[in-house]
Structure formats: C-alpha cells, structure tokens
Design a protein around this ligand. Structure first.
Ligand code: FAD
Length: 598
C-alpha cells in the first residue's frame, strides 16, 4: 500500500516530469538528454566518446542512481570534449525502438561509445560501480585504453611521459603553451590523468604525468616523494609546487593558484556534493507521489468545474450522519427523537438517491416513527438489518473519498461541507418537487435541518450559531417556498463571512460570499449588491437534482423516482426561475397561523 504524502516542490516536479514523460534529467544538468531523434546524430562519428545511461523513469533503482549520474556529470563536466555524459529514458514510449535496438535488458544500463563510433555499433556495457569515484575511475581507464589503441587523437595526452629529456616536452606543444606541469605519481595512480582532463580547457598549459618507473626523470627533477608536481617554463626553469594532500582537487588547486599568480584565467571550481553509495540512497516513493499528484490534479479539475454538487458527497454525508452522528447517541427520545423523525422524513422526500436508498430511508423513518425511545446501538443494528433486506442504499462504497468537499488536507472540509451541500440540495429540491403545492412549507424543511443540527451535529459551536441564526430570522423571513432556499443561502454566507480567514479555512478553498463573481457573474449588480433572482436561479442550477454530478457513484440513481407528478424537474426549474421573488404581503403572524407542520 502506498503512503499518503503531500507534494512539496521537489515531489511535485517529479510528478510533473514523470507524468509528462520528461524523464529524470534535463540538459541544464550537464547531462545530454538523448532520445530517438537525436541519439544517432549525437553519439556517432564524434571526437568525444559517450557514456550513456539507459534508464526507466519508473524504476526505483534508476531514481537511486540518478543523484550519482548527476554528480558524475557535474564532476567531469570539464571533460566533455573527451567524454560526454548522456541519458535515455526508456520509459518514454517514443524511445522504445531505441532501447530495443540497443538491447537494454535492465535498468539502469551504462553503455560506452568510443570516439568516432560508427552507426550500428551498440556500445560497450560498463559496470555501474557503487559511487561517483568508482564510475569516474572506470571512465579514465576506458579513455586511456582508447588512446593506447590509437583513438582520441584530439584529446590531451593520457599516456605517461616516458622520456628522461624535458626538452622533448616542448617540441610538439602549440606555441601558446607557457607552462608544462609534470605530475609524478605511482604507476597505479589515476590522479594525473584526471587532473589533465580537468584542466584541459586551459589552453596556455599542458599537463603530463610521470610514473615512478621513469627513474631518470624523477632523479633529474629532484622528486623524492609521490605524488608531487613541478611547473616547467620554456626557459627550462623548474618550480616544485606544494600540495596540501595527494587528491585530485588539491593538484588542481595548486596549478590554478600558480596560474592566477601569473594572471592566467582559470575556470571556477564546480560545487560537487558526493551523494555516497547509490545503494544507500533512498528512492522516492513513486507510487505515493503519483497517487498524490493524481489527487492534486483531480482536485484542481474539480475546482475548475465551478459550483458543482457531487452525489458521492451527499451520500457520504448522509452515511456519516446515520452511522456516526446519530448512532453515537446512547438513547434518543423526546425532542431529539422528533428531530430524527423529521430529518429522516425530509431525507426520504427530497434527497436525490437511488431506489434502494429511498426504500432504505423510508423503512428507517417508519421504524423511528414507531419508537418512543431508540438506542443508538439499536439504530445502528437496524440499519444493518435493513441493508441486508433491501440492499445497499448508497451508490458509493464506505471508503469513497470526498470529491467536491475534499480538503487540501485531511483536517479541512469533509463532513461539515457535505452537510451544507446536503441542506442546500434538500431545500432546493423540496421546492422543485413541491413548491407549487398549496400545503408545501419550506420552513418545515428548514425546521427539520435545524432539529438535526440542534440534536445531532457534532460541532457544538456550529450548532449554537445555527440555532441563534434560526431564532433571529428564520421564522420571520420564510413565507414563500423560495424564501427557504434564500434564507439558507444567506445564513450560510453569514457563516462564511464569520469564518473567512479562520484557522479552519482551507487555504485552497477560501470562504467567499457565495456564489463568486466567476461562477455567477449575473448574481451581482453593478453596485455589487445581490440580484437575488439571479442568485435563486444559480442555486437551483447548482443544487437541482438534474445537475448533481454522478462522478464515482456505482450507477446513476434514478433521479425521477421521487418526482411528484409528470412534470420534469427541468420544467419546474424554469417555472421556479420565473417565480416572483417578492413576498406576497402575508404577515408573519398570519403565516404562522396558516402553517401546518405535517
Ligand atoms: C449548519 C452549519 C453551521 C456551521 N457553523 C459553523 C460555525 O459556527 N463555526 C465554524 O467554525 N464552522 C461552522 N460550520 C462549518 C463551516 O461552515 C464549514 O462547513 C467548514 O468550515 C468547511 O468549509 P468549506 O470550505 O468546505 O465550505 P462550506 O462552508 O462547508 O460550504 C460547502 C460548499 O457549499 C457551497 N456554498 C458556500 N456558501 C454557500 C451559500 N451561501 N449558499 C449555497 N452554497 C454555498 C460552496 O460550494 C462550498 O464549497 C458549520 C457547518 C454547518 C453545516
């Protein structure tokens, strides 16, 4: 199972690179990115040799090896006229023919192409080695062999100086060479060759190495220990140079210091951080990164969909409310029981859910209506029995994640968001279904929600705030069916206003006055006041049954199942949009008297 991870800059880049087929390297890393179209023209017939890594960007070993390859490429970037470091991503489908042709049987595979290789040559496989140093050593040995075999004529001389006559050194050097450095070392040392390659770009010098076998020259130069270095000038003066240690870096430094003192430009040192042995490097958890990347991508796509309600979120909310918020109560009786009965009643009537869901909710409601007291535990077992009897009520699995209500982190959004979405859906669909029936009262729907929030909603503060908003304005402002929709919209916006900038706010989903200008440009007038008729239309469009998005549900539930009469919902929406928003002049007192709370 993959771990849940949050993408940081580095892992996000990795996800994007893998997803877009960009591979593990880019050419600004001193690695030449090779592919089907540039491989042959780059590698064959060149003065420089090539060392190419064939890798697969999905393979963990290749990810481990990548820091080694990058470091090596930086470490020997000054050698590129002699040997160039390349990489081919065999995970990229476009490179399939190339990787097949070069017989890449495992990843990562290193192949060496000598200078002036001919088309058709498939490269010599090179042992990966464990560290940057060990691969560099293999390269130096390969280059020396190449030159000994007569190739690499344009490269600096990588063979030891065997003569005991220093005058010969000056015979074949270009006229601009001012200094020759001799590195004296043991026969098995490669430092001399490495320094030659490191500093080959400085055209006013030449470096040769001399092994301890050239005793005559060792004696002539007065060399008493290995390794050591002397600088020669064309007037035959000899300057022994002192190094702090016998490393390649220290030889490079002493030569550069000598040259700088004589006003000769030298290249800057590259910063090379050795990653150690590649087998010790922890590869990134690609599966988790890809999963997190996909999630983030999906979240952005969902956000870009604008104001959309997801069936999966509604069902998850109801599932959670029934299985946790209600079932957690030891005993439910009195006002709480009435609240539960009323809430189940509006769910049965107005929640868009498939036929199994409707049957399930109705049976559950009937059971609760029969009771004078119900224990949470019993409620829970009865739901299980019902599920066995009528089948699973939901079109989502219990592990289904939030979609529209998914927070950018686990602590944000989720159930409270789902509860608001469910409430808006219930009120809008109650009006769509029953709005033109005389006895319909949208306050009844709001009261049922209030009852649920008062007795069951886990967030106590939320519950208190909602109750006080309701007692302040709910009963005194809801007269017409649409008033219920609009009251809930206003109440929710009040909460949004209070919570804007609060620690509970998901930074990726800031609390706004809903709907935004982007999702409903017509909802605000020029003076930025609400055009409530347009807001109503927007709410109906967002929360109306027919607009609910069925993403990730098992099947599209039959949304018509609870429709009253023959009129389609769309038709009703149109009618509703045209409904006059103005109050009918009914006084609050009269209205209260006329209400029937059946
Ligand atoms: C009844 C209730 C009262 C709450 N009271 C509090 C409280 O007092 N203190 C507290 O800290 N938290 C409270 N919460 C939680 C809080 O309101 C948010 O639900 C929670 O912070 C998650 O916010 P969210 O960003 O997911 O968007 P939410 O505010 O949950 O909104 C969910 C979705 O509804 C839509 N929406 C937003 N505003 C409106 C609107 N005006 N009309 C129609 N649709 C809209 C948007 O698409 C939004 O994504 C309450 C929740 C509920 C259900």
């Amino acid at each position: 199972m993959c771990n849940v991870i949050f993408l940081n800059q580095e892992t996000k880049k990795l996800y994007n690179d893998l997803n877009s087929g960009r591979g593990l390297y880019n050419s600004d890393e001193k690695i030449t990115v090779l592919n089907e179209s540039n491989f042959k023209s780059s590698v064959y017939g060149t003065k420089n040799a090539w060392l190419v890594e064939f890798y697969n960007s999905w393979c963990g070993f290749c990810h481990r090896f990548a820091p080694i390859w990058r470091t090596l490429a930086t470490d020997i970037s000054a050698w590129q006229d002699v040997v160039t470091i390349g990489a081919v991503d065999c995970a990229n489908d476009d490179n399939n023919p190339l990787c097949r042709e070069y017989e890449i049987m495992y990843y990562p595979m290193l192949k060496f192409f000598p200078s002036d290789s001919k088309v058709g040559f498939l490269g010599n496989e090179v042992e990966k080695g464990k560290t940057v140093d060990s691969i560099r050593t293999s390269i130096v040995e390969l280059l020396r062999k190449e030159q000994t075999a007569g190739r690499g004529a344009s490269w600096p001389n990588l063979t030891p100086y065997r003569s005991n006559d220093v005058k010969n050194l000056w015979k074949n050097v270009p006229t601009n060479v001012q200094f020759i450095f001799l590195i004296f070392e043991d026969t098995d040392s490669l430092t001399g060759m490495e320094v030659i390659l490191d500093l080959q770009v400085i055209k006013s010098i030449q470096i040769r190495y001399v092994t301890n076998e050239n005793e005559a020259l060792v004696k002539l130069m007065g060399v008493s220990m290995f390794p050591s270095i002397v600088a020669l000038e064309s007037n035959m003066s000899v300057t022994p140079l002192k190094t702090s240690d016998s490393s390649r870096l220290s030889f490079r430094k002493v030569i550069k210091t000598f040259l700088k003192a004589r006003s000769i430009d030298v290249p800057k040192e590259e910063t090379v951080v050795d990653p150690g042995e590649w087998s010790n490097i922890k590869p990134p958890d690609l599966v988790a990164i890809m999963a997190a990347g996909e999630e983030e991508k999906k979240a952005l796509e969902i956000k870009a969909m604008g104001d959309v309600v997801f069936q999966a979120d509604l069902e998850k909310t109801v599932m959670y409310a029934l299985q946790h918020e209600i079932s957690v109560h030891k005993s439910i009786s009195g006002n709480a029981l009435t609240a539960l009965q009323n809430y189940l009643s509006i769910l049965c009537k107005y929640l868009p859910i498939g036929p199994h869901g409707v049957t399930f909710l109705k049976k559950l409601r009937d059971k609760v209506y029969e009771a004078i007291e119900i224990k949470g535990e019993m409620f829970s077992s009865y739901m299980k029995e019902l599920e066995n009897e009528v089948g699973t009520p939901f079109s989502i699995s219990s592990s289904q994640d939030w979609i529209g209500c998914k927070g950018s982190e686990g602590t944000f959004r989720g159930f409270p968001c789902g509860t608001w979405s469910t409430f808006h859906t219930l009120i809008v669909n109650s009006v769509l279904q029953k709005g033109d029936e005389k006895q319909f009262d949208s306050l009844e729907v709001l009261e049922a929600m209030l009852g649920y929030i008062t007795h069951f909603f886990g967030c106590q503060d939320c519950s208190k705030h909602f109750q006080s908003m309701a007692s302040e304005s709910m009963r005194s402002s809801v007269f017409e069916p649409n008033d219920g929709i609009m009251w809930l919209w206003k109440a929710h916006n009040k909460v949004n206003k209070r919570l804007a900038g609060d620690a509970s706010e998901d930074p990726l989903h800031p609390k706004i006055q809903f709907p935004s200008k982007e999702t409903c440009p017509s909802c605000r007038r020029h003076d930025d006041t609400w055009d409530e008729e347009e807001v109503l239309k927007h709410l109906v469009k967002v929360y109306g049954k027919d607009h609910i998005n069925q993403m990730n549900t098992a099947s599209k539930p039959s949304l018509e199942v609870q429709a009253s009469g023959r009129e389609s919902h769309r038709l009703k929406e149109e009618k509703l949009g045209a409904l006059e928003m103005k109050k009918q002049g009914t006084s609050a007192g009269n209205h209260e008297n006329q209400r029937s709370h059946t």
